[in-house]
Design a protein. Structure first.
Length: 711
């Protein structure tokens, strides 16, 4: 891994850690005592890891800012500072600023601009107030600036491995970051391992360092500086007031294990390294008798309590007994996955072409080989699509922050309830659904949830509730945004629609049609404009963005009880199992998961048939798309299901199942109703993919209109 690749890994991991940090901060308010402690520790670990990683790349401005936030978190962990709502909001702001710093690094800038620095100063001042000192100078200090020193100096003996440079690590970056802990009093470079110039490899590291560090820190803090290179260096740390030869003797005496007993005891704070050394000497002198445990000797000397020894031994046993685990995951660039899906799409089209060629021959061996190829291509397709499937929980988790911030802004008490976070769908869908969901959640908070006084008057709890839920249904993903607010005012919506000329006065609309009017461009019933809503923009964009994902959005509302917005999305935008139908010389594809059954249709001109005692609305594709040609005497009906609604498509012929590679429509056909995309058959013909939700909606509207006319 070169330095550029390592930096990209730092950027990606920093974003993940900042997400974890935000999630943990938002969970503090509702967590129990044990969960609260774990959340605080998770926030601290995230900040500490980002600071340490940034130090490796010489990103001193990130190190400086994060160090101050980490200091506040350290006070919280120690119980000297209360984590109240104000501090949570401050730390969330710090996380946002850290994200902005990382984003600027991702854009290719190693230093912040003046505007970004100015944005950080109020945060530093607020952090300094919490610490009871001025924080800004500490954050702006160079990497080697001094901090209050503890008694004596730590001595570090560092020998970097020869391959450290090849692994993308810069030894000097570790030294620079070490300076952020305190003051490097003395640094001696040891070139003893340098070979003759003719034998020198420019990609190998031959240098060692002896360092005297003045800092009021513990050993763990110093080790953390080198945590990314511990496997590729020899590091010995001598605490203040101990001699180098004593420490060397100690290291040689300890067994070669990942966690040595002496280091565990020292990190517990129950004994010093000097006391351990004395115990080792006693242990060595008693080798003629029965072997004695180091922990027993320390207890006899009075240097440590038995409980501490047992805790250390327990941790050591866990490390020894833990099985070695290989890495179970690997990072893959998203563009590579997209390229793989595109190639598999072309493979499917080529396989369909080969299928047609095979059908024109009577070669049994060729048919068998083609059948095997088809099964393998389908397996490869399924595996590749599974690689792009991600859980929607990460997207849902972001709304904890949205609800936290917006509820404070508008002065309402609102809780967010999340369910179905393990539901998986294509990463492309997840990436594009975030903005529409954000608007739906904000709209529910501003328009849906009432103020506390009005809720109390209606017999509701003071805290409003918004629920995000996701689940699979018939090959699609359904996302629900539900609030327990006052619901939509149907009459007010209709009055506004008549006023704007969207609906004729006196026309009767179903609830679905009436509520659907809020998705019209510029439509708003808000009496005043706020920072969140009231300008008549947003909901039409929500509907358009969901439609671009081949999805469908609907609204159900009950006066005084709340509103539910339901978004139905396809699992993937790339490749689907399709069912081909023919009308005249035209071929259409229906997503296979929407097909319930097929049957013969004797004829007739009605808009519905009796299907086993139930009314089945019909849509005739020949009439819908104005396809000419003679109509065959006997046709077929494809029964489609979308949620609780069913629909019958009247077609000429049934052509069977086929893997379908989805190709986007050009802008010329983007507004075509009932069509969601196109595909290419094996013979090169272009076929259209039907938009089942749009067809079902059209059928329902036609049925509702017929009922109103009859009435």
């Amino acid at each position: 891994m070169n330095i550029d690749q390592a930096l990209q890994t730092f950027i990606a991991e920093s974003h993940e850690l900042l997400d974890d940090m935000e999630t943990a901060l938002l969970a503090v308010g509702t967590a129990g005592p044990d969960e609260r402690v774990e959340s605080i520790n998770a926030v601290f670990r995230a900040a500490h890891t980002i600071k340490g990683s940034a130090g490796l790349f010489g990103l001193d401005h990130v190190v400086g800012f994060t160090h101050v936030a980490e200091s506040v978190l350290d006070e919280v962990r120690a119980g000297r500072l209360a984590l109240d709502d104000g501090l949570v909001a401050l730390l969330l702001g710090c996380a946002d600023h850290m994200r902005a710093l990382v984003d600027r690094i991702a854009a290719g800038h190693s230093e912040p601009d003046a505007g970004l620095q100015a944005e950080g100063m109020p945060l530093l001042a607020a952090l300094g107030d919490r610490l009871g000192r001025e924080a800004a100078p500490a954050a702006e200090a160079p990497a080697g600036a001094a901090v209050p020193a503890g008694p004596g100096c730590w001595h570090l003996s560092v020998r970097f491995g020869p391959s450290v440079l090849r692994n993308g690590m810069d030894p000097m970056s570790f030294i620079r970051y070490l300076g952020t802990l305190g003051r490097i009093v003395r640094l001696i470079t040891l070139p003893d391992r340098l070979p003759a110039s003719a034998d020198m490899d420019p990609e190998c590291c031959y240098l060692g360092f002896e360092i005297a560090l003045e800092a009021d820190v513990d050993k763990a803090a110093i080790e953390n500086v080198f945590e990314f290179v511990l496997d590729d260096c020899e590091l010995r740390i001598l605490p203040p007031a101990s001699r180098i030869d004593e420490y060397v003797a100690l290291i040689r005496a300890l067994p070669e294990e990942p966690f040595r007993l002496g280091e565990i005891l020292a990190s517990c704070g129950g004994v010093t390294l000097h006391e351990i050394r004395q115990a080792l000497q006693v242990q060595d002198s008693s080798r003629d008798g029965p072997p004695r445990r180091l922990g027993d000797l320390l207890v006899e000397q009075g240097g440590i309590q038995p409980a501490v020894v047992e805790a250390a031994l327990s941790q050591q046993r866990k490390v020894r007994e833990a099985p070695g685990r290989e890495r179970q995951s690997v990072r893959v660039d998203a563009d590579k996955l997209d390229s793989l899906i595109d190639l598999i799409g072309e493979l499917i089209i080529a396989q369909a072409s080969a299928s047609l060629a095979a059908r024109r021959t009577a070669d049994a061996e060729l048919h068998e080989a083609h059948s095997t190829l088809t099964a393998l291509v389908q397996a490869v397709r399924d595996s590749a699509l599974q690689l792009r499937m991600v859980k929607i929980g990460a997207t849902f988790g972001r709304f904890q922050r949205v609800v936290h911030d917006v509820s404070r802004e508008i002065g309402k008490q609102i809780d967010l309830v999340i369910s179905g976070e393990d539901t998986e769908l294509d990463k492309t869908v997840v990436e594009k659904i975030g903005d529409p969901l954000t608007h739906l959640v904000r709209n529910a908070m501003d328009h849906g949830i009432e103020v506390a006084e009005l809720r109390a008057a209606r017999g509701k709890p003071a805290h409003g509730s918004i629920r995000l839920n996701a689940f699979h249904d018939a090959g699609s993903v359904v996302i629900e945004v539900e609030d327990d607010g006052g619901g939509l005012d149907r009459e007010r919506i209709l009055a506004k629609a008549v006023e704007r000329g969207l609906v004729e006065s006196g026309r009767t609309l179903s609830d679905a049609e009436a509520f659907g009017l809020i998705f019209e461009p510029g439509f708003s019933t808000a009496e005043q404009v706020t920072n969140l809503s009231g300008r008549g923009v947003g909901m039409d964009v929500v509907k358009r963005n969901i439609a671009e994902l081949r999805g469908h959005v609907s609204i159900a509302s009950r006066p005084g009880l709340g509103t539910t917005v339901t978004v139905r999305l396809p699992l993937t935008l790339a490749i689907i199992d399709g069912f081909q139908v023919g009308v005249g010389r035209s071929v259409f594809v229906v997503p296979l998961e929407a097909v319930e059954e097929c049957m013969e249709y004797g004829g007739g001109d009605g808009d519905w048939i009796d299907l086993r005692g139930e009314v089945l609305p019909l849509i005739r594709l020949r009439q819908l798309f104005e396809i000419g040609g003679a109509q065959p005497p006997r046709r077929n009906i494809v029964v489609l299901r979308q949620g609780r609604d069913r629909l019958g498509l009247v077609v000429d012929t049934l052509l069977g199942e086929a893997q379908t590679v989805i190709k986007p429509l050009s802008r010329v056909f983007a507004q075509a109703k009932g069509i969601s995309g196109s595909s290419i058959r094996g013979n090169g013909d272009v076929v259209l993919i039907l938009d089942v939700p749009a067809l079902v909606q059209q059928s329902c509207q036609r049925a509702a209109h017929s009922d109103s006319v009859v009435a």
